[in-house]
Write a protein that binds this ligand. Structure first.
Ligand code: AMP
Length: 187
């Protein structure tokens, strides 16, 4: 099973992807988590990514695509994966298609978690206080939402046209959202 999670920052992609990963026994691959781990470890990739992340901008496609290409070659991803936060641009969609076609595999479901922007802002400001994330100040957050609207929203249509999109209301309680997603992917 190969699943992609979409939705604006704060929609609960990370939480739901982690829960689904446990339920389905396939790895949760979060590009944001990989970037943050590299920032913490001070790797060249982390150093390159940090300024973009702190400004609420996307890390350049070339860097992000290479990172995902490498991650998908790991043994644990052969039987399936949950991509959380990738693809986010049209170019990333094209690259992901190319990576999968080499393996003769394809995406099975794209889950879009839908939320109200005001609720998202309140959620993220709270999360930033709890986790000490430097990319969740209100100003950066507004920029992240803008970048999502400019570069990522259009991907919803791409996957809808392919018949892969399922929209799930991300504002229900965590268990209800997980059940809604599970019933879709198990259908
Ligand atoms: P996330 O935790 O998914 O919200 O990602 C945190 C930050 O990492 C984003 O605001 C971007 O700066 C960067 N990032 C994560 N995934 C991508 C991606 N697919 N393309 C470009 N930048 C990304």
């Amino acid at each position: 099973m190969r699943i992609v999670f979409m939705g604006p920052p704060g929609a609960g992609k990370g939480t739901q992807a982690a829960l689904l990963s446990t339920q389905l026994g396939i790895p949760h691959i979060s590009t944001g988590d990989i970037f943050r781990a590299n920032v913490s470890a001070g790797t060249p990739l982390g150093i390159e990514a940090q300024s973009y992340m702190d400004a609420g901008e996307y890390v350049p496609d070339g860097v992000t695509n290479e990172m995902v290409r490498d991650r998908l070659t790991h043994e644990d991803a052969r039987q399936g994966f949950i991509l959380d936060g990738y693809p986010r641009t049209v170019e990333q969609v094209v690259e992901l298609d190319a990576m999968l076609s080499v393996e003769k595999s394809k995406i099975d479901h794209v889950i879009e978690l839908t939320v109200d922007v005001d609720v998202v802002v309140a959620r993220l400001v709270k999360r930033s206080a709890e986790q000490g994330r430097t990319d969740d100040t209100e100003e950066v957050l507004r920029r992240r939402l803008e970048v999502y609207a400019e570069q990522t929203v259009s991907l919803v249509e791409v996957y809808q046209d392919r018949g892969l999109l399922v929209q799930v209301d991300g504002l229900g309680d965590i268990d209800a959202v997980t059940s809604a997603i599970l019933s879709t992917v198990n259908a």
